[in-house]
Design a protein around this ligand. Structure first.
Ligand SMILES: Nc1ncnc2c1ncn2[C@@H]1O[C@H](COP(=O)(O)OP(=O)(O)OP(=O)(O)O)[C@@H](O)[C@H]1O
Length: 309
């Protein structure tokens, strides 16, 4: 059974009524439902693994724009299962780092290695296939497409059907399309917006759009999820909810790299923090160390509240 669909895109399955079902579930049923969703969302991952070996290596990365050095021999690693924060003042080079990792920019020198293999000159879509997904500071959704369609587009990165297979609508194409819709619905459920699956992205509230971006990035089945200021424009309650979602994503077996200016959020959710200033790494450590680090306080954090008389 499906709900009405105006366009040619995927139809919202009967689970579109899932929001109503969820509202009537007991706590035990909700827990069971969440566990089922988590399994669909993380098909090939070990759920709730310990922080493990290095997943991504940023090795002496330098990025120059004309005379400006946006990244200056920056090196750090990201371990599997970790939530790593990347912080620093405006213009410190955080987004440039994301862009150099995801194929938007070609580094001037240095390299990025995923699972020990250099990403080299791979194009953006191939880097996505290798397992790095990202969201953007400024939301980039297909506004005229439904929330479900936006996430189905993300699953395309994993499809094996050839263009010809899709044109002749081969059985494999149908199977992949059905699986994509099921997984996309599970992802919308996972990020908490399944009740709006059939709505156009442009009509969703701002907080839903941010969550939709995350669902779409997760649809590519990334090994590493990079979030660029996901809490921008959020009120304190939305920030708390986002922290819960980021933890849930990690607990589902993903590794997360987070750029964020909100210190309460960064300190509350990350396992480790790397600090950039003027394109250079000035600190790398646990949130408690970073909070006390004199160079970080001078460059970015300012005087801790406790020290203000
Ligand atoms: N495509 C580009 N061309 C020229 N300069 C650039 C380009 N992209 C970034 N820069 C410059 O590189 C420096 C680092 O910018 P970047 O956006 O990485 O900083 P950021 O730490 O992400 O800052 P914010 O917190 O404000 O987003 C800035 O001086 C910026 O103006």
């Amino acid at each position: 059974m499906t709900e009405p669909n105006n366009g040619n895109g995927p139809e919202v399955p009967a689970e579109g009524g899932l929001a109503a079902e969820l509202a009537h579930m007991t706590e035990a049923e909700l827990i069971e439902h969440e566990a089922e969703v988590a399994e669909v969302v993380a098909p090939d991952r070990e759920i709730a693994v310990e922080v493990g070996e290095t997943l991504l290596d940023i090795d002496n990365l330098t990025m120059r724009f004309g005379g400006l050095t946006a990244l200056d021999s920056v090196s750090f690693g990201i371990r599997r299962g970790e939530i790593l924060g990347l912080i620093g003042p405006n213009g410190a080079g955080k987004t440039t780092c994301f862009n150099a990792m995801t194929g938007v920019y070609r580094p001037t020198s240095g390299q990025v290695l995923l699972e020990g293999k250099p990403l080299g000159k791979l194009a953006k879509h191939n880097i996505t296939r290798r397992g790095i997904a990202r969201t953007f500071q400024n939301i980039r959704l297909f506004g005229e497409m439904t929330a479900l369609e936006n996430v189905v587009v993300g699953t395309d990165a994993r499809h094996k059907t050839s263009v010809m297979g899709a044109l002749v609508r081969s059985p494999r194409h149908f199977r992949e399309e059905k699986e994509a819709i099921e997984r996309a619905m599970a992802l919308l459920d996972f990020v908490g917006i399944v009740d709006r699956a059939a709505d156009k992205a442009k009509n969703l509230p701002y907080g839903y759009q941010r969550r939709l971006e995350i669902a779409r990035a997760l649809a590519t089945e990334p090994k590493l999820l990079c979030l660029d200021e996901p809490a921008a424009g959020f009120n304190p309650i939305e920030k708390e909810d986002l922290m819960g979602l980021i933890r849930k994503i990690r607990d589902d077996g993903y590794t997360v790299l987070l750029i964020e200016h909100d210190m309460k959020l960064v300190m509350g959710v990350t396992d480790r923090i790397v600090v950039l200033e003027f394109g250079k790494k000035i600190a790398d450590g646990a949130p408690s160390e970073i909070r006390e680090n004199p160079s970080v306080i001078a460059a970015y954090l300012g005087v801790p509240d406790d020290d203000i008389a």
